[in-house]
Design a protein around this ligand. Structure first.
Ligand code: DGI
Ligand code: FE
Ligand code: FE
Ligand code: FE
Length: 187
């Protein structure tokens, strides 16, 4: 499969609005990769594939988590987290993506994790600041992403944590660990 085949494969998984989000994440990820010195081609690929499973039925994702030995604790947390872990597995099996840096950028694009690589940070931040995003605080994250990728990422994680806490929702432990790691890193 080449890049054009991947584009069609991704497009077939999702409604048009999500495909347009994907294209905006690709553009944003390329800009961030150039700005901060990440591999631009890997950023482009990871961004293209990052939401591959976003519209898969929950039952199909749950089966993948069981069958492929993905982290079992996901089953006790928000289903919004699942498409990232399942997505990494699915693009490896269905599209033949073998690059672990790309797969990790997909796998951790929602939860984050401690010690995120530059590519993982680029994809995470591109996803939350792409120009179609509208939520309180997005402009502050965009501003930070002009100069400091880690501060942008920390600000985004803090936003998400506040969002979850305000709604009395659980926090996936990896997200909290990602946030604590970044507090150490930016100081
Ligand atoms: O797939 P997208 O909509 O483009 O964006 P995403 O993959 O970042 O989806 C994230 C959603 O998941 C976000 O709106 C908040 C929700 N969520 C639920 N529980 C958690 C969580 N996000 C994080 N980081 N950690 C959680 O525990
Ligand atoms: Fe996503
Ligand atoms: Fe995200
Ligand atoms: Fe996304």
């Amino acid at each position: 499969m080449n890049r054009a085949d991947w584009r069609e494969a991704v497009r077939a998984q999702m409604p048009r609005t999500r495909w347009e989000h994907t294209l905006r994440v690709v553009d944003t990820a390329k800009v961030l990769a150039e700005r901060f010195g990440a591999d631009v081609e890997k950023a482009e690929t990871a961004a293209l594939l990052h939401d591959y499973c976003k519209f898969w039925p929950v039952g199909k994702m749950r089966r993948m988590i069981w069958d492929k030995g993905l982290p079992r604790d996901l089953l006790e947390h928000n289903t919004e987290l699942w498409h990232a872990f399942v997505g990494a597995e699915a693009v490896r099996e269905e599209l033949g993506v073998g690059d672990d840096e790309i797969l990790n950028a997909i796998r951790y694009h929602t939860s984050g994790r401690p010690h995120m690589s530059l590519l993982e940070q680029v994809i995470f931040v591109a996803d939350v600041i792409e120009p179609g995003r509208r939520y309180p605080g997005v402009d502050e994250i965009r501003k930070l992403a002009e100069t400091d990728l880690e501060r942008a990422l920390l600000q985004s994680l803090d936003n998400t944590l506040r969002f979850l806490i305000d709604r009395c929702q659980k926090v996936y432990p990896l997200t909290l660990a990602a946030r604590n790691d970044l507090v150490d890193r930016v100081h």
